[in-house]
Design a protein around this ligand. Sequence first.
Ligand code: SAM
Length: 247
Amino acid sequence: MGNDEEKEKEIEGEEEEIVCLDESFFINDDYQLTRFTFGSHVLQLYCLQSASTDFDLTGQLVWPGAMLMNDYLSKNAELLQGCSVIELGSGVGITGILCSKFCRKVVLTDHNDEVLKILKKNIDFHDSLRSPDSPVELEAAKLEWGHKCQLGEILQKHNGGFDLILGADICFQQSSIPPLFDTVEQLLRTRGHGNCKFILAYVSRAKLMDSLIVEEANRHKLRMSEVSETRCVVGNLEGVIFEITLQ
Ligand SMILES: C[S@@+](CC[C@H](N)C(=O)[O-])C[C@H]1O[C@@H](n2cnc3c(N)ncnc32)[C@H](O)[C@@H]1O
């Protein structure tokens, strides 16, 4: 073997360093069964008490936007009665699971596989508490915003789409806003004008995001209206409920 070849092998050897730790070592899954009260509704579910170090694991705990959304829905439960709902960025599932008390069908979605595990665990836990003859369909599905195939599969399974789209505290990353609105538009158009609306529990953390969501709604030809008397302080931040529909 010539010198050059040996040197190449050595370099390759360095590149192929073996690391004996798999990524699960770094994931905190020490979920605690936690009690939440929204009006007269008490929910228990598994979640973390503080954020994980991984930015993409935001869904392991309950966010202020979910508290805002669930307070709003518990005071306006007639909005949900008998409806079919899809939730985007469900995290541990606190909003979708509250909805299952009123709706006929709830599909809770998220893109993160680790988050989907705890979401499914919470769904199973609630299924086990519910009376066996309860007619509600409650399920989890993987959905990355903007992923047309994943959304297509959900829409094929739930022929005709959904009456309501829900999103709690899902606007926090600039690059995910255009695909989020692509997905919302596709869901709204599946149902057609007047037959579906997107309820967004928005928590304002940056002026840039406040204007980006308005711009994206306009770009997708959607009407965005603030629901009166919903602007409030949640977790030291300003939150508000928006209703978003086709123009
Ligand atoms: C801040 S957490 C909010 C979770 C829950 N809705 C709540 O309020 O407690 C944002 C959620 O959106 C999910 N998410 C973030 N980006 C996403 C994307 N591009 N597609 C689908 N889900 C996404 C995260 O995995 C996480 O569960």
